[in-house]
Design a protein around this ligand. Structure first.
Ligand code: HEC
Ligand code: HEC
Length: 311
């Protein structure tokens, strides 16, 4: 029940907004049956509709190109992307899916980022995903691709007021507390829960938008947000396996997350420069050294603050 909490909060917001705007349509939506995923499309105060774009408006072309770059990143920009992922590999449905949603995102920028100790523009943030999640290279700020992505995300944010946007639906997936992982159980679950049908037995994936690479050279590098145990655990629990979301327990999700992160993946070169001003930088980044220790069975999970080791 707890894991639905934020979704219900978002739903409540809709009900309130629905009530205010007299949109009986929205407020009549059923909430019973614990099935928040069926409400996915309705959690947004304003839902972007790409079909509503005016084809005569010259801006539309940039937005549509941005959508293409977002959904087919590895195909459109092979020179910049160092793996086989698209932005959609994590921000599903073109950034519209409630988990990892980018709806309203522009209203939250610029933003101070402790990891880099810099106030980030949205372009900086995209380039952060480029060098980490995409294991690639930064894009030129004035490139057609960056312009497209910014135009697209601005379109996703139309009607959301800068600086005041509350995005309860975009609550990050990270979990504050996770049980101690069991990677042997994780390996079994990887088969049992059918992860391998879409992501392949060796984790190399079946395609950026059908089952992206979970580890190996075509996956995200270990400087990515997804390379943190709390984040991948929350992400898996909220999104996977597709068709049976919200079905995994905390233990199952962390077992799977740890099993995935213990496998070899590209190394991020800039770890040493991350979180320069933070007294307590996150303790759940699974680096190469830790992967080795996990593989050898010598890793002490209590090094990760969020892990609650059983007595
Ligand atoms: C491997 C998974 C992955 C891929 C691929 C990925 N992202 Fe992300 N992205 C994340 C995660 C996880 C976060 C949240 C990170 C955090 O909490 O620090 C995030 C955050 C963001 C944010 C900030 C959202 C906010 O609410 O402030 C933006 C913007 C973004 N991504 C854009 C992109 C774009 C554009 C691409 C493609 C070029 C991309 N991402 C590819 C995982 C990914
Ligand atoms: C029916 C196919 C399917 C199944 C089954 C499935 N996934 Fe996925 N997975 C996807 C797709 C497609 C994406 C891209 C994002 C999206 O569309 O939701 C994805 C994205 C991911 C990501 C983030 C992207 C990346 O490259 O790391 C992780 C982690 C993940 N899946 C883990 C799992 C785990 C663990 C299981 C089993 C519990 C699982 N998936 C089962 C299709 C599937």
């Amino acid at each position: 029940m707890k894991r639905f909490k934020w979704l219900f909060a978002a739903l409540l917001l809709i009900l309130i907004i629905g009530a205010c705007s007299n949109s009986s349509d929205e407020s009549a939506k059923e909430t019973e049956g614990d099935k928040p995923k069926e409400e996915e499309d309705s959690v947004y105060p304003i839902t972007p509709d790409i079909d509503s774009l005016d084809p005569e408006d010259p801006k539309t072309e940039a937005i549509l190109y941005g959508e293409e770059v977002f959904n087919e990143t590895n195909v459109v920009m092979p020179d910049h992307v160092g793996n086989e992922l698209s932005c959609q590999s994590c921000h599903a449905d073109g950034g519209l899916s409630v988990s990892s949603s980018l709806v309203g995102v522009v209203a939250d920028y610029p933003q101070y980022r402790p990891r880099e100790n810099v106030t980030f523009t949205l372009e900086d943030r995209v380039n952060g995903c480029m060098i980490r999640s995409m294991n690639g290279e930064m894009m030129e700020t004035d490139s057609e691709e960056m312009r497209g992505l910014i135009a697209y995300m601005t379109f996703l944010s139309e009607g959301y007021e800068i600086g005041t946007a509350e995005r309860p639906w975009a609550a990050p997936s990270n979990k504050e507390e996770i049980p101690e992982p069991n990677v042997v159980a994780g390996e079994e679950l990887y088969e049992e829960k059918n992860c391998l049908t879409c992501h392949a037995t060796d984790g190399s994936g079946t395609g950026a938008n059908t089952g992206p690479a979970l580890w190996g050279e075509n996956s995200f590098n270990d400087g990515a947000g997804m390379g943190r145990l709390t984040k991948i655990t929350g992400y898996i629990q909220n999104n996977m396996p597709i068709g049976d979301e919200y079905d995994l327990t905390d233990q199952e999700a962390v077992d799977l997350g740890a099993f995935i992160l213990m496998q070899d993946r590209p190394v991020f070169a800039g770890h040493a420069d991350d979180f320069p001003e933070m007294e307590n930088p996150p303790s759940d980044i699974i680096t190469e050294e830790r992967r080795k220790a996990i593989q050898e069975g010598t890793f002490d999970w209590s090094e990760i603050e969020a892990v609650k080791v059983a007595e």
